[in-house]
Write a protein that binds this ligand. Structure first.
Ligand code: SME
Length: 156
């Protein structure tokens, strides 16, 4: 991420804009569009929701993907859940468990959406240049993940 990008400012206005959307679905869809239009190196960005042992694709911006269901442990997405850890992949060609969505993808980032310590889903993004995602992207997406989690109901 470019050093001049002001993540705090972005998250502050995103929160306000998400609050203007009545449903969580609309707010999440809006957030994905806002990321993609603000940061053009996010060539694909979307949310997967965790249901049991499977990640289910929710709102996304970018090319249509056939990977609408990913088992925990599979791919970069499933690995994030299995290891309970965000993933930043510099070059997807270096990962044997990478599930290709598009042949143009080089870098990928996955940030978990947690509430009360439970993993509820994740934000997944693809870039077309090696090493395009870094710790600043992770921090930004963690902020977005928190805004999403805030809209989700508490677990009983
Ligand atoms: N590349 C991901 C699959 C999802 S697509 O990028 C949209 C993975 O390896 O899990």
């Amino acid at each position: 991420m470019d050093e001049t990008f002001d993540s705090r400012k972005f998250l502050k206005s995103l929160k306000k804009e998400m609050d203007e959307h009545e449903t969580t679905l609309e707010a999440v869809r809006y957030a994905m569009h806002r990321i993609a239009e603000t940061l053009p190196y996010y060539k694909w960005v979307g949310v997967y929701w965790l249901k049991g042992n499977t990640l289910l694709l929710g709102s996304y911006v970018g090319a249509k993907t056939e990977h609408t269901r990913i088992r925990v442990g599979k791919g970069v997405c499933g690995t994030a859940v299995k290891e309970n850890a965000n993933q930043i992949v510099r070059d997807v060609r270096e990962r044997d468990n990478y599930i290709a969505c598009s042949l143009d993808v080089r870098a990928e980032i996955v940030v978990l959406i947690r509430k009360q310590g439970r993993i509820l889903g994740q934000i997944d993004a693809d870039g077309h240049e090696v090493g395009v995602f870094d710790a600043r992207d992770e921090a930004l997406l963690e902020g977005v993940a928190r805004l999403i989690a805030d809209r989700l109901p508490d677990h009983p």
